[in-house]
Every structure is written in C-alpha cells, then in structure tokens.
Ligand binder design. Structure first.
Ligand SMILES: CC(C)(COP(=O)(O)OP(=O)(O)OC[C@H]1O[C@@H](n2cnc3c(N)ncnc32)[C@H](O)[C@@H]1OP(=O)(O)O)[C@@H](O)C(=O)NCCC(=O)NCCS
Length: 171
C-alpha cells in the first residue's frame, strides 16, 4: 500500500451508540454462532475501534483486557470490498500499540483453523501459534482454562500470541 493510501485510513474509537452501524461489516465477515457472538460482543465491549476510508466504515476491531497484563484481539473484520488493502494490518498495528501503551506483556488472538486470511494477517504482525499445552505450562492448568474461557476460545481454533517488548516493533 502506498503512503498516500495508508494515510487515507483513519482509526478511531467507536462509542456504544454508534456500534450498531458496524453490523454490516460483521454480517459480511462471519456466519452462524460467530456472527451472533460478534454482534453481542461489539455492543458489550469496552474498546471498539473502526477504520474509516473515504468517510466509509471499512473495518473494526474489538479489544479485551484478559487481566494479568494480557491483551486479546477479540474480533477483527474488514468489509469485503476493502480487503487486501492493508486495513486489517493497520487496525492490528493500532491494537498492538493500544495494548503496549496499557503496559500489556502479550497479545492473544484465537482464529479458526482454516481462516487463512486471518492467519496471514496475524503472522504479518509477528504473532505465532501457541497451544493449550503451552499456555498451561506458562500459567498453570487452572489459570490457562480461565484465560481460554475469557477468550471464548473453542476447539478448532488456533491460539496466537505476540510478545510486546519495550522496543515496540509492530512489524
Ligand atoms: C482477516 C481480515 C481482517 C484481513 O483484513 P485485510 O484488510 O484484508 O488485511 P490486510 O490487507 O491488511 O492484510 C494483512 C496482511 O496479511 C497479508 N496478506 C493479505 N492478503 C494476502 C495475500 N493474498 N497473500 C499473502 N499475504 C497476504 C499481508 O502480509 C498483509 O500484511 P501487510 O500489511 O504487511 O501487507 C479480513 O480478511 C476479514 O475481515 N476476514 C473476515 C473476518 C475474519 O475472519 N476475521 C478474523 C478472525 S476474528
């Protein structure tokens, strides 16, 4: 993406009373249980950010604090016609900076196993796959279950993680 296109993407917080206007992006991005859950989460979450391109709502990200200095990218979605233009990447860069500024040490995401676009997006920002066993080793079995519950991670999803070091390099 050129610098000009990149600067045309603006990221901003979305107040609760405007969030319903983001439903069409979720409807183009998810189906079934995920769609219902993403809509519910959009309305309930503390932090929702949107990407605006040419005054249109192009994408969104829903962020969650898992506690103990761990951040979570709950949902990230870009409207179909806006995909492949760097908007998901910019929303994720913004999310990583948000968690870094809050003093988080790691950022997690949970993605469906066959969701290649999403996997590429997270890998492009240095997320790597972790496992339920690795989480249990790191945080203890019970704490890892609590974390997975807070993520609402279900079987058939990859858990991805990125460390946030003091010298933040988002790419
Ligand atoms: C996943 C999703 C958010 C990606 O958004 P996007 O705006 O299309 O992503 P971007 O254009 O910013 O691409 C992100 C990165 O993925 C990689 N990528 C994207 N398309 C690629 C392709 N066709 N080939 C190789 N790499 C690709 C690039 O490395 C890019 O990084 P860059 O910014 O350094 O170029 C979007 O496909 C989507 O909304 N999907 C449906 C919802 C969903 O599954 N969300 C994730 C689970 S919550």
């Amino acid at each position: 993406m050129s610098a000009k296109e990149d600067s045309a993407i603006q990221i901003k917080d979305v107040p609760s009373n405007e969030r319903g206007e983001l439903f069409p992006i979720l409807e183009e991005s998810f189906e079934g249980w995920y769609l219902r859950h993403s809509k519910h989460t959009l309305m309930d979450s503390e932090v929702v950010r949107e990407a605006i391109v040419n005054e249109e709502r192009a994408g969104l990200v829903i962020l969650k604090d898992l506690g103990t200095k761990l951040g979570y990218v709950y949902y990230i979605a870009v409207g179909r016609k806006f995909r492949g233009k760097g908007i998901g990447g910019k929303l994720l860069d913004n999310s990583i900076s948000y968690f870094f500024d809050k003093g988080m040490q790691e950022v997690y995401a949970s993605i469906e196993e066959d969701n290649e676009d999403s996997e590429r997006l997270f890998e492009s920002r240095n997320f790597r796959k972790t496992s339920r066993a690795e989480l249990a080793k790191k945080y203890g079995t019970i704490n890892s279950f609590v974390l997975l519950r807070k993520m609402v991670a279900v079987p058939g999803e990859h858990i991805m993680v990125r460390q946030l070091s003091p010298s933040l390099d988002s790419k």
